[in-house]
Design a protein around this ligand. Structure first.
Ligand SMILES: NC(=O)c1ccc[n+]([C@@H]2O[C@H](COP(=O)([O-])OP(=O)(O)OC[C@H]3O[C@@H](n4cnc5c(N)ncnc54)[C@H](OP(=O)(O)O)[C@@H]3O)[C@@H](O)[C@H]2O)c1
Length: 263
């Protein structure tokens, strides 16, 4: 698949830019030319070394000047200062990845009215997989993220913020795996066996969740729990000891933070 962009520019060359560029440059490439900012120097140098179409721009303004589409991939803490210092073209396509900062705020930093979309690409875009939430719906942004996974266009800010909250569960997912591997290790299982077993178990469970035709995950959960069996017992204990409550409380607090409310 190709995009309609000849030049895509990234302000901020960190983890998510690395993933997006690797996805875009996979075979067949989905962008003719990619400009990345000199920071982080190491990541930028690696991308430029790996792909002939990736160039390191001298500074952020050179990226905005040359790019058809600009991707803002800097951390929220520095985003206002970085973006306020740049001059964009009226109507230029800009995709903001900056977490927990709404579109109106980013537009106010930019000043000039631009075609501004927010998006939440996940690291899986590096292998052209995974869902990317986009708000508001935008053909160009959808085309960009269709090249490196599956865009999910949100029609309201509330929908987008809910998906942003759900995307904050990645570390918890791996955290559950880590706790399990550590528990197995503490009980005497060699680490390699524990990791192989747990990663394969979770991978197969995720595939089952994706492919199920059951109307809810609650039914899937019941389907995997023999009446009076070990899975039923573990799930009941998890809920009784506050596992489910901890999960929803974490989501509530993340959502409040995303909405700019006290959390
Ligand atoms: N990682 C994800 O999965 C993910 C997913 C969706 C959205 N996001 C959002 O995307 C943004 C970037 O996340 P990330 O994980 O890629 O963060 P990151 O790895 O910390 O990358 C941010 C990069 O910005 C660079 N930077 C700092 N100041 C700069 C400046 N003045 N000009 C240009 N670059 C500058 C940093 O360079 P130095 O290392 O030299 O300081 C760093 O390499 C965040 O707002 C995050 O919330 C991330």
């Amino acid at each position: 698949m190709t995009t309609s962009f000849s030049t895509i520019g990234f302000i901020g060359t960190g983890a998510i830019t690395d993933a997006m560029v690797r996805g875009l440059m996979a075979d067949p490439p989905a962008a003719a030319r990619i400009l990345v900012s000199p920071r982080n120097a190491e990541t930028a140098a690696r991308l430029a070394a790996d792909f002939a179409a990736v160039e390191i721009a001298p500074d952020n303004q050179a990226i905005v000047d040359a790019a058809d589409m600009v991707v803002l991939a800097i951390r929220p803490q520095v985003a206002a200062d970085v973006v306020r210092g740049l001059r964009f073209r009226p109507g230029q396509s800009v995709v903001s990845l900056v977490a927990a900062v709404d579109r109106e705020t980013v537009q106010s930093w930019i000043g000039t009215p631009v075609r501004l979309t927010q998006a939440i690409p996940l690291p899986f875009v590096a292998r052209r997989s995974g869902a990317t939430a986009i708000f508001p719906p935008d053909d160009q942004a959808a085309q960009l993220f269709a090249a490196i996974g599956t865009p999910v266009e949100c029609t309201t800010r509330d929908e987008y913020q809910l998906l942003a909250a759900a995307s904050a569960l990645m570390a918890t997912y791996f955290g559950i795996m880590d706790e399990t591997v550590r528990w197995l290790g503490a009980k005497g299982l060699p680490d390699a066996a524990a990791r192989t077993y747990v990663s394969t178990l979770f991978s197969d469970l995720s595939v089952s969740a994706r492919e199920t035709d059951m109307p809810s995950f609650a039914e899937l959960s019941r389907d995997y729990a023999t009446k009076g069996g070990l899975n039923e017992q573990a799930h009941a204990d998890f809920r009784r000891h506050g596992g489910a409550a901890a999960l929803t409380a974490a989501l509530d607090r993340v959502l409040a933070r995303i909405k700019g409310e006290p959390f």
